[in-house]
Design a protein around this ligand. Structure first.
Ligand code: PA5
Length: 412
């Protein structure tokens, strides 16, 4: 369960939030809202069966997708480092030849499968990457190439859907009522996660616990609502940059997912909080200076976890103590990390940065499920509190239209 610790009591506008929650329950794009409870168990079984097949016949699974079709599952895989005989690689999340070459170099001549993920089925970056990997699959497996392609896309339409039907690829569905950045707990995230060795049932169970917790708490004590309310209050007071801070580097991609979730959901109609992130203590030696001393338009949300006793170290005693560190001998490394966290929070507060702490248990599968649900809910409420639609992203079209025009795409 995610708990919020703030410097002051956050005053939730209960009637307004109740209206937002009622709207969300009816919203045709809020399929994620009850997903942890309503997840189609039959589909889960077929995802697990496909994952097992991929694990048996492939050393690598190349996941092709961008934005919401990729960040969520990468976030969970990087956070948990699960064990699997099949390693997940990523492609189609940029147009960089260098990055594509890196994936080809790592693949070498190993056996592999491809999971191409695109709700629209027409996004340029993954579509281009898919061409390259299809070619490689055909070179390696000939007529059997299609048996190694898993397409996660719309149930009825789109270029990828049509190709998958025509070529007989295994298909998984991005539900109509779930947008890309809210889709990690659907087939979009669950197939790559299952291949990577994540217990997807435990992930969904973690999200379901958070769903039940948040949906039974009184509104005024609901941490997701308090967090959303605090963000809206801060924006009104001209704090328009939020920095998500975490003392665990393995949450780097989780922060990337979070930035996409909030950035695409809220940044529209010339409004919204700019979502940024830092990983401490690494970034205390770079952006830490700005946070402590730069412009005061920033607030910070610190993700705090209980330490994991299984991955801890005790600082050793040194006979000579040349580095002067014997005062730390016998202490746990996690204790130093927690002390750095407490020290940073109080320094930043003293420096004029509003700091919120989101506290939870140690990082594990259930915690990741809970965090995903917590942020999806708080993001949707937060966007609605600032009067924008959390589920569209009209701004993404501008660069695409220019690029298509420059590339000479028919019709542009
Ligand atoms: O959240 C979103 O909707 C976007 O980030 C999409 O996930 C991203 O643009 C990729 O779109 P698609 O899955 O249609 O290829």
């Amino acid at each position: 369960m995610i708990r919020l610790r703030a410097e002051y009591k956050i005053k939730v506008d209960e009637p307004r939030v109740q209206t937002i929650l009622d709207e969300l329950r009816q919203d045709p794009m809020a399929g994620w809202f009850m997903l942890p409870e309503t997840y189609d168990r039959a589909e889960l079984k077929s995802i697990q069966a496909a994952a097992q097949k991929i694990q048996q016949n492939s050393e690598y699974l190349v996941c092709i997708g961008i934005g919401g079709s990729y960040l969520g599952h990468r976030a969970v895989i990087e956070a948990l480092r699960p064990a699997s005989s099949t390693k997940v690689l990523y492609a189609g999340n940029s147009l960089s030849p260098f990055e594509l070459q890196k994936v080809f170099d790592e693949l070498g001549d190993a056996d592999f499968s491809v999971n191409v993920i695109s709700k629209s089925g027409t996004t340029t970056e993954p579509a281009v990457a898919f061409r390259f990997f299809k070619e490689k699959l055909i070179q390696k497996y000939g007529a059997k190439a299609a048996e190694r392609i898993y397409a996660t896309t719309d149930e009825n339409r789109g270029a990828l859907h049509d190709e998958a039907v025509q070529e007989g690829y295994a298909r998984f569905v991005v539900p109509d009522n779930i947008g890309g950045r809210y889709s990690v707990l659907s087939a979009v995230g669950l197939l790559p996660l299952a291949v990577a060795g994540v217990d997807v049932e435990a992930l969904l169970a973690g999200a379901a616990i958070e769903y039940n917790y948040l949906n039974t708490l009184p509104l005024a004590q609901n941490s997701a609502i308090e967090y959303a309310t605090a963000r809206a209050d801060l924006l009104q007071r001209d704090y328009d940059v939020e920095v998500l801070a975490c003392f665990e580097p393995r949450l780097h991609y989780f922060a990337e997912w979070w930035k996409q979730l909030f950035g695409e959901s809220e940044g529209k109609q010339h409004q919204g909080i700019f979502p940024a992130s830092v990983i401490y203590t690494t970034d205390l030696h770079s952006l830490g200076q700005y946070l402590q001393d730069g412009r005061r338009n920033i607030f910070e949300t610190v993700l705090s976890f209980d330490p994991d006793p299984e991955t801890d170290f005790i600082i050793p005693e040194s006979a000579q103590n040349l580095d002067g560190l014997n005062y730390l001998a016998g202490k746990k490394l996690s204790y130093l990390n927690q002390t750095a966290e407490a020290a940073t929070i109080s320094a930043h507060r003293a420096g004029g940065i509003p700091v919120y702490q989101l506290m939870t248990d140690k990082i594990d599968i259930r915690t990741m499920g809970a965090l995903i649900y917590f942020f999806e809910l708080s993001c949707a409420i937060s966007a609605k509190l600032s009067g924008v639609n959390p589920f569209n992203q009209p701004g993404v079209e501008a660069y695409k239209n220019n690029m298509f025009h420059l590339l000479g795409k028919p019709g542009f």
